[in-house]
Ligand binder design. Structure first.
Ligand SMILES: [Zn+2]
Length: 89
């Protein structure tokens, strides 16, 4: 199997003297660029843990919920005041 000497892309068609990965001319170099590609990388990073590994889904923040309800209540109150003012003034 032949590989591009510049970008290590596999040369699928050796009759085409241009690398399909980087587009460089590989007509001269291609024959002596047999490279051992087995570096142990199989395409998956199994050894890397996700950043949230071991963390449980957190409890909802009670203060945040209280503040959201407070804001909604204030907005509803303002709307009611506006509707009442529109009807009776
Ligand atoms: Zn290339």
């Amino acid at each position: 199997m032949k590989f591009c000497p510049y970008c290590k892309a596999r040369i699928l068609d050796e009759s085409i003297p241009i690398c399909c990965g980087c587009g460089r001319d590989i007509s001269g170099e291609m024959t002596e660029t047999e490279i051992e590609m087995n570096d142990g990388y199989d395409g998956y990073y199994d050894d890397l843990d996700p950043i949230d590994k071991g963390e449980q889904r957190g409890e909802l923040d009670k203060v945040l919920i209280r503040n959201v309800i407070l804001v909604i209540g204030i907005v509803v109150l303002i709307i009611l005041v506006c509707v009442i003012a529109l009807l009776f003034l």
